[in-house]
Ligand binder design. Sequence first.
Ligand SMILES: [Zn+2]
Length: 284
Amino acid sequence: MLAPSYLNGFYPSSIPTGSPSQWIVAVIEGDLLVPSYNSSGTASATITSDQAGPLRFFRERSLCVGQWQGIDCEVWELIPEAALSDGFVRVELRSLLAQSGDAEFSLISRALQLLDWQAKNKFCGACGGPNLASVTEHAFQCQPCQISQYPRISPCVIVAVVKDDKCLFARHPNWPANRFSTLAGFIEAGESAEQALHREVFEEVGIEIENIRYVGSQAWPYPGQLMLGYIADAKTDKITIDGVEIAEANWHRYDQLPEVIAPPTIMAGRLIQQFILESKAKYG
Ligand SMILES: [Zn+2]
């Protein structure tokens, strides 16, 4: 099936259409194996089925991910030895996502999430019996209980907190000294996205927010997060870090940003770009 234009060329599905060739996302221990001529510059995470021939030997499992531009897409999990194959190079997932376009981002996120979900749902959570995979959808079902398990998506909020021409940038304790980003956190059971925003920002930096604006969402395969992106105004500029989730937080003017920030291909970077655009229009 050809995806409608609003789906950025990618159509998520568990059923192959039988297209003459396929796109393969090749995964090794959470990293991706990509054609080596794409390892720098404008990288592509996908391998054509013609190129992928030599990798079949190393394949442990595969799943249909959907269709991209009408072409079937599969994810292959490979054993680590596959990385030694001529013509391919192993690339860390995060660096590849940072330079992926919208459709490829969707494809990789879905591929990795499905692999992780399949690996962690072999048994029924209610009775402990073995789950059987459905042939018509990405679902597992326990025969005695008839309970179905679908890939679990965990919604998170991510927010650029803004005060006039400045944005709040925070550093997690395990990050390098010069890397800063926007605030983010999981939505708790029973919470709305707005409640999670107020809570997370207050917990992490002691700031109350108002005037929350939704920017967009993005799947984030660590392993099944859905990032809901917002910009919000801070009521005060006094920062009180929690010292646990946040090691350091500072205000930065739109033209004096931290040295290392997220690229605009991922949601944190998209929010920062939006803040810069709005600030330039207002204060530039
Ligand atoms: Zn069961």
